[in-house]
Design a protein around this ligand. Structure first.
Ligand SMILES: NC(=O)c1ccc[n+]([C@@H]2O[C@H](COP(=O)([O-])OP(=O)(O)OC[C@H]3O[C@@H](n4cnc5c(N)ncnc54)[C@H](OP(=O)(O)O)[C@@H]3O)[C@@H](O)[C@H]2O)c1
Length: 243
């Protein structure tokens, strides 16, 4: 990763933070993006020896995404990790709320990835650029209603973009995590009834850690993965087999 430039969306917490720290620890200049300044600043403060640069942006806002693209005009981006996502909260009851939930969930989990990639596409290294989307086991087996649908949508998007990127030597893949603790997505840190059910679904008898996902993203970003594109890689402790 030495001297490479990486952009990690949602890099202030959880999986994104672990990815950012892993890439930066190997020498990359890493740009992390999120809505809240504080978690981003904390990552920078707690890693004084790493080259991590914070950027506040709401990636559901196309003005912010456009601004991000402009920021990287003239910069060569080696790795783009589209990690920002999650479930939406505080929706109204009834049909109005359902419509809002569907729209916001697809915006957050699918459109952010598509828009950010589009905005940074001209900046990606040719050949050698890497685009990694963070999907979810929910996109492969259902879960979370619109959330699973939005994550499944990443697959079709990645397949198509891999075809386009292949001509320029850019790889496009999706990492699809199972249950990962120590994230804001799954607030609980210890055990709970839900935790025990999710762990029991794995073959390895434990929840995932952000570092488990970061290691796979790091591999996809590396030279070793230069002939790997258009794939969905499940990282779920064996909770879902073969996908
Ligand atoms: N944890 C799991 O078990 C699990 C399983 C499967 C898939 N995933 C996926 O993994 C990814 C990372 O989630 P996580 O588990 O690490 O949870 P997390 O700690 O909640 O991370 C999500 C990150 O995305 C950022 N974000 C959210 N909305 C954003 C927006 N509109 N613009 C910019 N940044 C935004 C958040 O920062 P701000 O709030 O400051 O914006 C946060 O840093 C997500 O795509 C999630 O769907 C997680």
């Amino acid at each position: 990763m030495d001297r490479r430039t990486a952009v990690v969306t949602g890099g202030g917490t959880g999986i994104g933070r672990a990815v950012a720290e892993r890439l930066a620890a190997e020498g990359a200049q890493v740009h992390i993006v999120g809505r809240r300044a504080q978690p981003l600043a904390r990552v920078v403060e707690e890693n004084p020896d790493l080259a991590i640069h914070p950027h506040v942006a709401d990636l559901t806002d196309t003005t912010d995404v456009r601004r991000l693209g402009e920021l990287f005009a003239g910069v060569t981006v080696d790795v783009l990790v589209n990690n920002a996502g999650g479930t939406v909260k505080d929706v109204a009851p009834g049909l109005t709320g359902k419509f809002e939930d569907f729209r916001r969930t697809v915006e957050l989990n699918l459109l952010t990835t598509m828009n950010v990639t589009e905005a940074l596409w001209p900046a990606l290294r040719r050949p050698g650029g890497r685009v990694v989307g963070i999907g979810s086991i929910a996109g492969q087996r259902g879960g979370g209603d619109a959330y699973g649908a939005a994550k499944a949508g990443l697959t079709g998007w990645a397949f198509d973009l891999a075809k386009v990127g292949g001509r320029d030597g850019i790889t496009v893949n999706v990492v699809s995590p199972g249950y990962v603790q120590d994230t804001e997505f799954f607030n609980e840190t210890g055990r709970s009834a839900r935790h025990d059910i999710l762990v029991a679904q794995t073959l390895l008898g434990r929840s995932g850690r952000p570092a488990d996902i970061a290691g796979v993203v790091r591999f996809l970003a590396s030279e070793d993965a230069s002939w790997l594109t258009g794939q969905v890689i499940g990282v779920n402790g064996g909770a879902l087999l073969g996908r």
